[in-house]
Unconditional design. Structure first.
Length: 387
């Protein structure tokens, strides 16, 4: 293990105005902020926020010309509420799905903005999951060299992860997320009530990212997920809202300290080295993102335990929680060699060395850069792949 990376510091929550107790009532919204990029970015989390978007945007001095970007599926479910809340906005609707996260969709947003005479004072309000947020966000980052962006995330994954941190972008035919920018949203309005319509599998996909935050930075969050799994699945706000808040707080903290991923931000990639490879070799069709990350976390824990860097009981606690969250797609048939190759081609390879984030216990991480191909093969075999 290389000692280059300090253990994860506890989240300082320095930017938090309203502290979140472990099980707060669900009435008062919680405010966090990310101070990265040119302007601070505010995150509001609270049930019912989606009903008062216009007032919230006004409070944050978001320009009067607001262009909503969403998808037909999301608009069917939530469009009426959004129109009421935003005062009759006509949305720009993009087709939903990873294969539409491309420059053509970005172009559609440009076209609508240009035709409507949008200017530097206009804002894009992205209402949707990570696909809509990343695509609309990239349009906002590049139109007129950057206009105001607001995220109203509607999936759990987008609420705890993709809407925070300023990474926006789209896929290229030759690879995922190859075209993008850093563009911090002025405001992120997270309303957990929007998750009521989310299909269970999408909900679970987001939950694995919540597990990730527990593993990298919060034993308490991890333990609450373990002891309250049923309530989490029932989307009980008393458990779900604090879990979302804690996840956002951890991400906001990490991004504030390292926006451009020169060091600390890499801990957010926990589970993503193997996870991304699983997604890539299956052409993004077999796994929801979080499911691939669940396997990635199991692999990272196995690797850490095999090296003696993580206690076996900690590894088992992670296995137990991931198992309790439900079945994962099969992996036995996947080509082991291709996965190892995909891992070695990953963005996380710096100067030929793979930087691999491992947890040393639940709540703390370190980075190692001496993982060998043989070690990876062994981990994948133990995960269930057939050599
Ligand atoms: N920018 C970042 O930092 C970052 C981080 C993580 C992931 N991502 C990106 O996020 C994307 C995945 O995002 P995702 O998991 O949100 O998937 P997604 O945006 O594809 O949404 C998943 C599905 O849920 C539906 N949906 C969304 N909200 C709903 C609701 N409230 N009720 C019912 N259905 C709803 C959508 O129509 C879609 O079919 C990937 O492209 C990934 O690269 C970006
Ligand atoms: Zn992820």
């Amino acid at each position: 293990m290389s000692p280059d990376q300090p253990e994860t510091p506890p989240p300082s929550a320095s930017e938090t105005v309203t502290p979140a107790p472990a099980f707060p009532g669900t009435s008062a919204p919680i405010r966090l902020s990310v101070s990265a990029g040119a302007h601070p970015s505010t995150i509001w989390i609270g049930e019912g926020l989606a009903d008062r978007l216009a007032a919230l945007l006004d409070e944050h001095a978001v320009g009067a010309r607001r262009f909503v970007v969403s998808s037909p599926a999301i608009w069917r479910l939530h469009g009426e509420q959004m129109q009421r809340s935003l005062g009759g906005a006509e949305p720009i609707l993009l087709p939903d799905g990873e294969r539409y996260k491309n420059l053509q969709s970005v172009s559609k947003v440009y076209e609508a903005l240009i035709k409507a005479g949008a200017d530097r004072g206009s804002a894009v309000v992205a209402i949707g999951g990570g696909v809509i947020g990343d695509t609309a966000g990239f349009a906002a980052a590049s139109f007129l060299r950057g206009i105001t962006l607001v995220h109203v995330p509607t999936t759990l994954l987008a609420q705890v992860d993709s809407s925070i941190g300023g990474k926006v972008g789209v896929n290229h035919a030759l690879g995922k997320n190859l075209i993008g920018a850093f563009h911090q949203p002025r405001l992120v309005a997270i309303d957990p009530l929007l998750l009521k319509t989310l299909p269970r599998r999408e909900f679970r996909s987001g939950l694995y990212e919540v597990v990730k935050y527990g593993v990298i930075a919060s034993r308490d969050l991890f333990d609450r997920l373990t002891t309250s799994t049923k309530a989490v699945f029932a989307r009980d706000p008393a458990v779900l809202v604090p879990a979302i808040v804690e996840s956002c707080r951890i991400k906001a903290d990490v991004v504030t300290k390292d926006e451009r991923e020169s060091g600390l931000r890499r801990i957010l990639n926990y589970g993503h080295t193997i996870g991304h490879a699983l997604e890539a070799v299956t052409q993004y069709r077999r796994f929801r993102h979080g499911e691939a990350i669940a396997y990635g976390m199991l692999g990272a824990a196995d690797l850490a335990a095999a090296r003696g860097a993580m206690a076996e009981r900690e590894r088992q606690a992670l296995v137990d929680l991931i198992t309790a969250l439900g079945p994962l797609p099969a992996i036995a048939d996947l080509p082991l060699g291709e996965i190892v190759d995909a891992i070695r081609r990953d963005k996380k390879v710096v100067n030929g060395r793979l930087h691999f984030v491992i947890a040393t216990r639940i709540g703390a991480t370190t980075t190692v850069d001496d993982v060998t191909a043989d070690e990876l093969r062994d981990v994948l075999l133990r995960l269930g792949l057939q050599g």
